[in-house]
Design a protein around this ligand. Structure first.
Ligand code: NAD
Ligand code: IPM
Ligand code: MN
Length: 355
């Protein structure tokens, strides 16, 4: 049978609750479609940090490298500064494995209510393609001048031509595969006068190679407003690291809940493992109560199956999510229900198993 090696990192908070449900559904898919998932579990988390002073061992990335993909829950927990935990585990994967595409689909699923009045599923169906390795998330130029009343800190944004071009190319290619063939660029070249004009320049240059794609661009502030007022305008949205981060929480919010939003951190060249995780974090406010929505995790599992070449299984998982939501199956509180994390995971695993 086909075999895929998966590194599983539940991480912190609700990641520990959603990851097992993701695995439950992946297991059902593997049985039904006849492939094997060889799982290696890693307990790396803020607890690891408390015990060892590090989020993962020094050779952690080397250990992960031996896998086809990484399946991650969430990272971050009160008591460990977020910059320490995230830059000790999540961000190193994205950067060292050159996962320069963060793919974040936002869809209003049938049966889910958008907080926007009168919006139907066909109105909200777009993908944020987020640059995932450079831009505003940079480790260069960080300086602190502390200890006087005039203390200040600096940190640089880094936009490389290769970095802009490769994420834009991916976004154009993705738009080519979608019926509407539309690509929007998130910019802020009115206020940020070096990096963003460069981003716009690269976008315009890349657009020349895709005459069939309708393009537009908006400054990210008004783009946020348009996400709320005109979500139907958008098909594929390409954005820098920070803008993509913000837009990919806003998108799922207008589509009903951050609890269903998946993401794929992809190294398209497949030189390194790709990584699949929900868009949401560890949700300390609800962790340990068994009420987190596992759909974001499970849908991220579907994106992983797709990446692994198990397209049929991937489609079965997304169809199971669609039918569960459309047909009034168990749902968690963020979607207005009162089911638990495990109830939703079990229900989806059953639908996937049965076909
Ligand atoms: P969060 O996404 O963890 O939570 C935001 C809100 O959404 C909370 O009210 C939470 O209860 C709710 N929520 C999130 N996921 C949900 C789900 N599956 N079901 C139901 N409700 C859900 O964002 P935050 O509070 O800003 O961050 C908490 C921690 O997670 C921080 O340490 C942060 O740095 C980290 N974080 C990690 C990741 C990641 O690992 N990729 C992503 C975002 C935040
Ligand atoms: C995300 C998260 C991370 C990011 C944080 C936790 C560093 O918000 O994956 O969206 O900003 O990339
Ligand atoms: Mn985010």
């Amino acid at each position: 049978a086909r075999k895929h090696r998966i590194a599983v990192i539940p991480g912190d908070g609700i990641g520990k609750e959603t990851t097992p449900e993701g695995l439950r559904v992946l297991d059902a898919a593997a049985r039904r479609f006849g492939f094997e998932l060889e799982l290696t579990h890693y307990g790396w988390s803020c607890e690891t940090y408390a015990q060892t002073g590090k989020m993962m061992p020094d050779d952690g990335l080397e250990q992960l490298r031996a896998h086809d993909s990484v399946f991650l829950g969430a990272v971050g927990w009160p008591g460990v500064p977020d910059n320490v935990s995230l830059w000790g585990l999540l961000i190193p994967m994205r950067r060292d494995f050159d996962q320069y595409i963060s793919l974040r689909p936002c869809r209003l699923m049938p049966g889910v209510r958008s907080p926007l009045a009168d919006r139907m599923p066909e109105d909200i169906d777009f993908v944020v393609v987020r640059e995932n390795t450079e831009g505003e998330y940079s480790s260069s130029g960080g300086r602190m001048f502390r200890g006087t009343e005039r203390e200040f800190v600096t940190q640089e944004s880094v936009f490389t031509r290769q970095g802009c071009d490769r994420v834009m190319k991916y976004a154009f290619e993705l738009a080519m595969k979608r019926p509407r063939k539309k690509l929007t660029s998130a910019t802020k070249s009115n206020g940020i006068t070096f990096t963003m004009p460069f981003w716009d320049e690269r976008f315009a240059e890349m657009a020349k190679g895709y005459p069939d794609i309708k393009t537009d661009q908006f400054h990210v502030d008004i783009l946020c407003a348009h996400f709320v007022q005109h979500p139907d305008w958008f098909d594929v949205v390409v954005a820098s690291n920070l803008f993509g981060d913000i837009l990919s929480d806003l998108g799922p919010a207008v589509a009903g809940s951050i609890g269903i939003a998946p993401s794929a951190n992809i190294n398209p060249e497949r030189n390194h493992p790709s990584m699949f995780e929900p868009v949401h974090g560890s949700a300390p406010d609800i962790a340990g109560k068994g009420i987190a929505n596992p759909i974001a995790q499970i849908w991220s599992g579907a994106l992983m199956l797709e990446h692994l070449g198990e397209a049929e299984a991937a489609a079965a998982v997304t169809q199971a999510i669609e039918s569960l939501l459309a047909e009034g199956g168990p749902r968690t509180r963020d979607l207005g229900g009162n089911a638990g994390t495990v109830d939703v995971g079990k229900a989806l695993a059953e639908v996937v198993a049965r076909g």
